[in-house]
Design a protein around this ligand. Structure first.
Ligand SMILES: Cc1ncc(COP(=O)(O)O)c(C=O)c1O
Length: 395
């Protein structure tokens, strides 16, 4: 059996996106900047895509900029708002401790440029409090950046409320909606955001393409210099096949979100219920206010990496919240932010489902994961110490 349960990392390309990609290569191969017929046809197709993405997000077409994905969108939005603020002497940025590195590393860069960065705590449920954001906003604040849904523990943040506060206080507000778009309703007006980044490969589109919503009148600086594409804000010949494939994926992913969310959250709930029976484990993040496909656990007495490798042997593709795979031994900043101690944070497992997953997948994972956890614990000196009283159980 093969079960792909790592949809927060990336998703399989939707057939509609693949078809649209190929069709666009065939029918709209011109360069949208060229004045001839082939070029103008491509330009019209690009406009149609922009209008469709805008309609789905509740934006205007001229508020949508096509990017290479979530990282670029986050970088561009944050740097633009920060540098604009600095010109007016405002150099304070408020964000959260659980943002993706696309946001956190950009903020680190800004700190080196002399910006003050405040990262709000999230508490054990993994959700930031709007009132904490409100308390931190002052006359020096040039940007607030809060993600819509967390990539590791799936928690949904009170972006609407924080956006409202920012709008009242006239502070630019960015939200990283990379994990949310295509998996829950996302409307830029309802969210009161000024910038919103999304990425196609998280909802069945291709890699390397995304969009940035920028509310009309908000500052936007270019990260790439060159031609006048994307109204002078992103140089480089547009990847029209990728943009069209993303548009097709987004249209399909958002066509019936309530039905999608109902189906996937039922799978998620069964999996959470089944895995919760494993002794000394804990669900990461709030039980209810989480993405419909996110299941994240910590298991005491095991290493997440060993768990991943053994699950892979059983045909289950999962992920751990820890950064060990990227060469660092530091546990996930998100798990530490919700109060997991280092040892426990190392024993994490993230399973992210979408509509491609089935009840059989859930039944298979519910059978295999407890077996693999028990096997690893049987070999673990930490588990022996815990059971023989030399260490205290935390979970
Ligand atoms: C919350 C979040 N933000 C940003 C990104 C970066 O997106 P991309 O891979 O399109 O650059 C990701 C990707 O995992 C993500 O989960």
């Amino acid at each position: 059996m093969f079960v792909y349960a790592d949809n927060a990392a990336t998703t399989k390309l939707r057939p509609v996106a693949r078809e649209r990609y190929l069709k666009t290569c065939e029918e709209f191969f011109g360069n949208p900047s060229s004045l001839h017929t082939a070029g103008q046809r491509a330009k019209e197709e690009l406009t149609r895509c922009r209008e469709s993405v805008a309609r789905i997000l509740g934006a205007e077409a001229n508020e949508i900029y096509f990017t290479s994905g979530g990282s670029e969108g986050d970088n561009q939005a944050i740097l633009s708002a920060a540098h604009f603020g600095a010109k007016k002497g405002k150099k304070k940025i408020v964000s959260t401790a659980i943002e993706h590195h696309a946001v956190l590393h950009t903020l680190k860069k800004l700190q080196k440029e002399g910006f003050e960065v405040v990262l709000l705590p999230v508490g054990e449920e993994g959700i930031v409090k709007a009132e904490d954001a409100e308390k931190e906003i002052d006359e020096n604040t040039c940007l607030v950046s809060v993600m819509l849904a967390n990539n590791e523990i799936g928690t949904i943040q009170p972006v609407e409320e924080i956006g409202k506060i920012c709008r009242e206080r006239k502070v630019p507000f960015h939200t990283d909606a990379v994990q949310a778009v295509g998996h829950m309703p996302v409307n830029v007006k309802a969210l009161n955001c000024d910038y919103l980044a999304l990425s196609a490969h998280k909802f069945g589109g291709p890699r390397g393409v995304g969009a940035l919503y920028v509310r009309r009148g908000m500052p936007l600086e270019s990260l790439i210099e060159g031609g006048a594409q994307e109204r002078g804000k992103r140089a480089g010949t547009e990847d029209l096949p990728a943009v069209a494939a993303m548009t097709a994926a987004l249209e399909e992913a958002t066509r019936d979100l309530p039905a999608y969310m109902k189906k996937v959250s039922a799978l998620r709930d069964t999996l959470i219920e089944n895995l919760s029976r494993i002794p000394h484990c804990a669900l990461n993040g709030d039980r209810k206010r989480r993405l419909c496909g996110n299941v994240s656990f910590c298991f005491e007495g095991i290493e997440g990496e060993s768990l991943l490798l053994l699950l892979d042997d059983e045909g289950i593709c999962a992920s751990s919240g820890s950064a060990c795979t990227s060469g660092s031994l530091d546990p996930s900043h998100v798990l530490l932010a919700i109060g997991r101690v280092h040892d426990v944070a190392h024993g994490s497992l993230r399973l992210t489902l979408n509509e491609e997953n089935t009840e059989e997948d859930v039944a298979y994972m519910s059978e295999k994961i407890p077996q693999v956890v028990a096997y690893l614990r049987g070999m673990s000196p930490v588990w022996r110490d815990l059971n023989e009283g030399r260490r205290q159980f935390i979970l």
